[in-house]
Ligand binder design. Sequence first.
Ligand SMILES: Cc1cc2nc3c(=O)[nH]c(=O)nc-3n(C[C@H](O)[C@H](O)[C@H](O)COP(=O)(O)O)c2cc1C
Length: 221
Amino acid sequence: MFIESLEHRYATKKFDEKRKISQEQLDRILEAGRLSPSSYGLQPYRFVVIEDYKTRQEISPACYQQPQINAASHLILLQVRKTIDIAFINTYIELIATERSMPIASLTEFKNMIIGSTIGHPQAEVFSWSSKQAYIALGFMIFAAALEKIDACPMEGFHAVNLDELLKTDADYQTVALLTLGYRDSQDPFADFKKVRWSREHLVVNYPSPKEDELPIKQQQ
Ligand SMILES: Cc1cc2nc3c(=O)[nH]c(=O)nc-3n(C[C@H](O)[C@H](O)[C@H](O)COP(=O)(O)O)c2cc1C
């Protein structure tokens, strides 16, 4: 039952430095990210996997020395395209045509919809939209790790410009989030912290309200 896995997972602060996750487990977590949905299916992101210890030491200052960077088994960077241009959209349309054995011409309307939502819009707006897509993939990978009983910590605590400079990230991409993966250290006190979540009543709102005196808007008009 997946709820148990979600209760077991927590944002791991202290990883067991000696334990590595297997390549198969890593691949399945990455595959969960690859299978993640995105708006128009455009997937304007990529996942950069770092295992190399030296690299992680080098980027640690850009991640405010958070201990997970060095102690985890693997680090995944979620990088987003800074812009969506016509070449990228064309490549995606060609991929659909190939994968689904469709004529490119039948995708013209769909392509124009993507163009209408991206080309000519302010770069910051498109980047923010693309980042949202990447965060869905982040969620999928966190979930997959939990199902694998792999510990993980999603991380935004880093300086994106410094990090991308240190890694010599292509100018087309920017790192928006990190995911550290590995096994919890038995001494990590955070593992035993009770989860703090809003109550179901606060979080989940039924509309229209089942209360008799609160009529739905349509009926009030
Ligand atoms: C997008 C995102 C960014 C986060 N950044 C960090 C971070 O930089 N460092 C850290 O230790 N935890 C980070 N966290 C972990 C959250 O603090 C944690 O998920 C939250 O407190 C809920 O606790 P739980 O995940 O243990 O249930 C981040 C979580 C998310 C979803």
